[in-house]
Write a protein of this length. Structure first.
Length: 197
């Protein structure tokens, strides 16, 4: 999905027109509304999102691209994986994103002229692509936000050692308590008479 597509579907769209960007850059200051905060919480399985703000500047980049340099500030609460009580998390994330039009050569893997792929370990993530004349800062920042969420939120009061059981589980019988098959055979033996018959 391209950012322009995500603008129609995401819970927090922040569209910016690329073709009209001034040379000095376009300032962005977007704060999610209560409705958008609830939508973000539902989208990522959170108990609540009390703050989701994006601030920064969008600059022209190359001939037809754009660059967003800014910061995400968010505060969320997720259910503890053990006790189910809310666990707060604050996210303060610097954001630096490049956007290029779909089909731009800047999105293609670079080679050394002999069909060998050149990998630049010092470079940042590949640019985001967009179609049309606008980009959606919110859609891409939400993707970065999701990577910062604690996958296993745990309350400080949660017990350190927890045994998980499923319905119908029964404790296994210790080996020493299990009946021996030879004992069952012995019980079938007919006792001998006094005359040895």
């Amino acid at each position: 999905m391209t950012p322009s597509d995500a603008a129609d579907e995401g819970p927090f769209p922040v569209p910016v027109e690329v073709v009209t960007l001034p040379k000095s850059g376009f300032p962005v200051a977007a704060a999610a509304s209560d409705e958008q905060l609830a939508a973000i919480a539902a989208e990522y399985g959170l108990q609540s999102v009390s703050r989701f703000n994006i601030r920064g500047t969008v600059f022209r980049w190359k001939s037809k691209g754009a660059r967003f340099d800014g910061k995400l500030s968010a505060h969320v609460a997720a259910n503890c994986v053990v006790t189910d009580v809310p666990v707060p998390q604050t996210i303060e994330l610097p954001v630096d994103i490049l956007f290029v039009p779909e089909g731009s050569r800047l999105t293609r893997p670079q080679t050394d002229g002999e069909d060998e792929l050149v990998v630049d370990l010092e470079s940042s993530d590949p640019p985001e692509t967009f179609s049309g004349t606008s980009i959606d800062i919110g859609a891409v920042v939400l993707e970065l936000f999701s990577l910062e969420l604690d996958a296993f939120p745990r309350s400080p009061d949660a017990p350190e050692h927890v045994e998980f059981t499923t319905a119908g589980d029964e404790p296994e019988t210790p080996v020493q308590d299990q009946a021996s098959p030879f004992a069952a055979l012995a019980s079938l033996k007919v006792p001998k008479s006094d005359d040895g018959s």
